[in-house]
Design a protein around this ligand. Structure first.
Ligand code: PA5
Length: 446
């Protein structure tokens, strides 16, 4: 793996003895994962998915045919409809790789169905009204309300634009048999891809969930799978903290938790990586936060947030540790010019690159936070590319499963997500929820 973990600044917080003591628990947690003997092991299909998908080329071939079909329509925009694990992985990779301003070689992805904001969806429909667009609708269960509503709205618009021809512009990613989306896709003859039963949403970025929209946008999904497969190979081979960085990261997290640090901040000086933090928050939050346990994942983007939450991190309640995601080589840089007029006082930086300044700000922040009592670790990726991002994502998936097992919770379920849904269905007047509706309305009106 080309991803590295740097623990130099942990020395004041963790000792060799701490690592020695926790190692057997982390080794045991890794065994539960690898031998598929832990809780929820029926959802570990993601573990060898990257290498298996590369070996058996059939999915890549199918995706390539799907892309050819969509290319004949040549849509300017692909609207990705999904929420949670059916949304964040694609958005994370897309935001990391896209050009912020230029119309690069990639197609633009737009997102819908990841919330219920009417203004956003009204604006999206108005924007798309005269545009050439296609839709990738993703829902493993096929019954999630937010994407179902967004898909209904977009399907309606496509119908108005293209009549019977609209189904050519839709790709559905869902369960092989179950759910309303599967029923609808079969009835309308939509092109579909399957999310396997043994892979949960937040572990699905390397399945059609992430691969389809990213391929349609023109990203190199073979490279993505190769990056993930490299991480898979390495993390499935060595089982010591020294040789397995996912285990090491899991060990650090658990030690921090035991030492009274129940919050992990993921920080980066590279805003392109901020959505990876959003994906990471779901991955770890939904996997670990249960049975009244778990490390709360939060994220910061620097230097922006140094001018807001920076004060709290430096000086506030000492409840967190901080993981920096950094990048070794950037694809472009910019030099600070020397000016005759030095009224802004910046000539001392003239000739230096902006990456130099950013890196110094990063080191300065790491040292300051560490001195302020925040244990700091750094994860470095070699560059921002399909391959490196995927290696990082797989590393987090592996580490998350190990960390959750070490915490003695099921990494692969999410029982808590149902609570709001039940209440929402009742308040919306869905059939079968009549009694709960009465009870909730009374509580709201009391
Ligand atoms: O990780 C998960 O399982 C969840 O976040 C789901 O991905 C999310 O709730 C969306 O579910 P679905 O894909 O069934 O629409």
């Amino acid at each position: 793996m080309r991803t590295k973990i740097n623990v130099n600044l942990l020395k004041d917080f963790l000792s060799e003895e701490d690592f020695r003591q926790i190692e057997p628990f982390i080794v045991h947690a890794s065994k539960l994962l690898m031998e598929k003997t832990g809780r929820g092991s029926e959802f570990t299909g993601w573990l060898h998915w990257p290498s298996e998908t590369l070996q058996n080329k059939s999915l890549l071939n199918e995706i390539s045919t799907c892309k050819d079909n969509i290319d004949t329509i040549n849509p300017e925009y692909i609207v990705v409809v999904g929420i949670g694990g059916s949304y964040l992985g694609t958005k994370a990779v897309y935001d990391a790789l896209k050009d912020n301003f230029a119309e690069g070689k990639n197609r633009k992805l737009l997102f819908a169905g990841h919330h219920l904001d009417p203004v956003y969806h009204r604006q999206l429909l108005d924007f798309l009204a005269d545009k050439n667009f296609a839709v990738v609708v993703i829902s493993k269960s096929g019954t999630t309300t937010e994407p179902a509503i967004a898909f209904r709205l977009l399907r309606n618009l496509l119908q108005k634009q293209h009549g019977d021809d609209s189904s050519r512009r839709i790709v559905a990613v869902t369960d092989a048999k179950k759910g309303a989306l599967r029923k609808l896709a079969d009835k309308e003859g939509l092109q579909t891809f399957v999310i396997d039963d043994d892979i949960g949403g937040r572990f699905s970025v390397f399945t059609p969930v992430g691969l389809i929209p990213l391929a349609l946008a023109g990203f190199d999904i073979t490279s993505m799978l190769e990056g993930a497969a490299e991480a898979e190979k390495e993390l499935s081979t060595h089982f010591t903290l020294e040789d397995n960085m996912a285990m090491k990261y899991a060990a650090i997290r658990q030690l921090m938790y035991q030492k009274g640090k129940p919050i992990e901040l993921q920080s980066t000086f590279y805003p392109a990586l901020s959505t990876i933090s959003e994906w990471w928050k779901q991955l770890f939050g939904e996997s670990e936060g249960k049975e009244n346990k778990g490390i709360f994942p939060a994220s910061l983007t620097f230097t922006t947030d140094l001018h807001s939450l920076g004060q709290f991190v430096q000086d506030g309640l000492r409840v967190f540790f901080e993981t920096f995601i950094t990048v070794k080589e950037l694809k472009s840089d910019i030099e600070i010019p020397l000016l005759d007029d030095d009224s802004d006082g910046l000539n001392y930086l003239a000739g230096k690159s902006l990456s130099f300044v950013n890196r110094k700000a990063e080191s300065a922040t790491q040292l300051a936070h560490s001195d302020g009592g925040v244990p700091v670790i750094e994860i470095e990726i070699p560059n921002i590319s399909e391959k490196s991002i995927s290696e990082l994502l797989y590393f987090f998936e592996f580490s998350c499963a190990v960390s959750a097992y070490a915490l003695n919770v099921n990494p692969f379920d999410q029982p808590g997500v149902e609570a709001y849904k039940k209440n929402m269905f009742a308040l919306l007047g869905k059939k079968g929820f009549e009694d709960l509706r009465k009870e909730l309305e009374q509580r709201l009106n009391d």
